[in-house]
Design a protein around this ligand. Structure first.
Ligand SMILES: [Zn+2]
Length: 233
């Protein structure tokens, strides 16, 4: 490689969209990096005005640079919405330079903003692939993923809560059934037929706090039904 070429702080390399221009040396903010050049097209000449390609660079209403020639290495520089370089247009000299607007590190891709017209005509329809736009897309995708996950977890929590409620209700039912069965066996203050004793004798008469045997002159004898009955001596 000739010395003059190797001194250049850039090289053509693979980029996300095909080829791109990459820094090979640190490039200080404000430095002219490369000239964008090619034949000048005159819009006053009908046949020149009809030329159309992606590398046209409009200098003035009249003059346009056709940058599609091979020698114009600057044509490899891709567009970026948040670029590290800019096109520095000298209309009177009919020259365009690409100039660093940030410190650029070796390995960084060099890019500049192609402008609104180009963006609308060529990039918007296919989706801009610059870092800033890719980052934005990634962020949106991540947010959409997070939202889907959030909704899924919410639905799962709800399903879990409902399952727990159902299980609780069933457990309560089982407990109630068990308790009812147990009540039937043990009495628990109730006669098997469900009537409360309430301090009354089984035959429904009040004992009035007296024990059956302590009533003077009276004797208690078991009745045939098994309940006690107070009889006159
Ligand atoms: Zn972009």
């Amino acid at each position: 490689m000739p010395a003059s070429l190797s001194q250049k702080p850039y090289r053509v390399g693979r980029s996300r969209t095909g080829l791109g221009l990459f820094a090979t040396k640190p490039i200080k903010k404000g430095t002219k990096i490369i000239r964008y050049f090619g034949p000048l097209l005159d819009s006053k000449k009908k046949d020149e005005d009809a030329i159309e390609n992606k590398y046209l660079f409009e200098l003035t209403n009249r003059w346009t640079i056709d940058g599609s020639i091979r020698e114009n290495v600057a044509r490899y520089i891709n567009h970026a919405c948040r670029p590290n370089a800019e096109s520095d247009v000298k209309p009177r000299k009919r020259k365009v330079f690409i100039r660093a607007i940030k410190d650029i590190e070796p390995g960084d891709e060099i890019n500049y903003d192609y402008g609104t017209d180009y963006f609308k005509a060529y990039l918007k329809p296919i989706g801009c692939k610059c870092d800033a736009c890719e980052k934005k897309r990634k962020k949106k995708r991540a947010e959409a993923r997070a939202e889907r996950l959030r909704l899924k977890e919410k639905a799962e929590r709800k399903a879990r809560r409902e399952a727990e409620k159902l299980a609780e209700a069933r457990a309560k039912q089982r407990k109630a059934k068990k308790a009812a069965k147990a009540n039937g066996k043990l009495g628990n203050g109730q006669t098997p037929n469900g009537k409360a004793l309430n301090g009354k004798a089984l035959n429904g008469k009040h004992l009035n706090g007296h024990s059956l045997t302590a009533v003077t002159g009276k004797r208690a004898v078991p009745s045939r039904r098994g309940a006690t009955r107070v009889l006159q001596a």
